[in-house]
Design a protein around this ligand. Sequence first.
Ligand code: PMP
Length: 332
Amino acid sequence: MDYRDGFVDTIGNTPLIKLKKASEITGCTILGKAEFLNPGGSVKDRAALAIIQDAEQKGLIRKGGLIVEGTAGNTGIGLALVGNARGYKTLIVIPETQSQEKKDMLRLAGAELREVPALPYKDPGNYVRASETIAEELKDTNPNGVIWANQFDNVANRQGHYRTTGPEIWRQTDGKVDGFICAVGTGGTLAGISMFLKDQNKNVKIGLADPEGAALYSYFKTGELKASGSSITEGIGQGRITKNIEGTPVDFPCQIPDAEALPIVFDLLKEEGLCLGGSSGINVAGAIRLARELGPGHTIVTVLCDFGTRYQSKLFNPAFLVGKGLPTPGWL
Ligand code: PMP
């Protein structure tokens, strides 16, 4: 019999999908790591599991314990579902600007949801800072443990990618990967994968695909954290050097406007049958730029982070897109 032993065992070992148009227009082989096929629907299932396993190994939480986290949604969904499978409760703090679909899924998964205004990190009301405060306030209320997952600065996150996603990509490409690129939310995905790939072959080119409004492009280009513009993409766009980002070996930083990423998301759905969220569009746009930088004949890997249905009310809503002055395909 061939089966996976429950939710947790179904996380990871996702396929690499060849992206037809991106490969054709660049003369490269552009491969998307299909993280949207994780059982919780996103790449963040891996971070959620890695963080929970780390807390279990350190004896910080037992069955019946509580996991508190600030998240744009996907990490919370992963934590809530792994939590259900393992017997933990979850309390999730989310900026109110995040998509209704993610909030609905979090409630469905049984998380207690606290919506807060979208405030910068330096404000104590910021969703990440608020989640830390709540975890601290609740720490003595549960005999089975209360943990703050702290996905941004808890390096169990990037270690999970170093241990699983990186080796999967290396194995799936027979070690022939020439470049890897993706966007950053916490930095766990980019750091864990790039550190693993560089340890196998230091010549693998690592790219950062930053959305507008994020500060990492300028940081890796000039050493200075500076942001301008904005993006409708969710779950990515970082303004500080998190512990997960620290030491990430970035060779090719680039900044991708929404107007470049969204037509890719629409084409991937309409022409290749892949229904993906906005960060996947930023990633594939970045992979195309890295392919052009390296020239034809190379193999570039990126990440297809989550399902587009998570953003139907925004990314695939003509009224929303027109209101933002963004490209809107006629068929939508
Ligand atoms: N895309 C989406 C849709 C996400 O939710 C996230 C995580 N916030 C990312 C990309 C970025 O992943 P990471 O946190 O590992 O940088």
